[in-house]
Design a protein around this ligand. Sequence first.
Ligand code: HEC
Length: 152
Amino acid sequence: MQRLARVGRRLGWWGLAGWALMVLAACSGAGLGAATPTEASPEMLFVQGRCGACHIIPGVAQATGTVGPPLCEVTYAYARGELTVEDIMADIAQPNRRVHEGYLDKIMPDDYTERFDQQALRRMAEYLTRLPCPQPTQAPATTPSSTEGGAS
Ligand code: HEC
């Protein structure tokens, strides 16, 4: 009897340990650890980077944050010819090099180059150039000469 109880207790411990391991694995999988971004869709990259906690990004689940500018502004600026894909990559990699007017400096994490490789950064930047944004109220993309004083 006593022996059985001991075995049972040990099994319980192992069961618990196994469960804890699984939880740990699941957590790190959902976090930055899982960045093998070459195959991930751009949407998944934004989810992994938690960009949506601070930015509204159409097409990305739960990307409704308002701490940073809505990323459609990037799409519009690109359409107006004011940004290149490389500029956008740099904005993600070194967020403090150019601070978006009206928003706080040093809020956006500056370690994305450690979490994403260049290819992943490029895919995110390219995705931002073609977000399914509502039609901008001013400065339509087809007439870049009329963008003076446009939203920025
Ligand atoms: C903790 C909040 C936070 C997170 C997370 C965050 N950002 Fe930002 N982001 C900001 C803020 C605040 C700004 C505006 C200040 C600045 O330009 O540095 C900004 C600016 C930007 C800009 C420049 C926009 C412009 O029009 O100048 C881009 C592009 C951008 N973020 C993309 C991303 C991407 C992509 C991710 C995820 C990989 C991300 N951000 C994650 C807060 C965040």
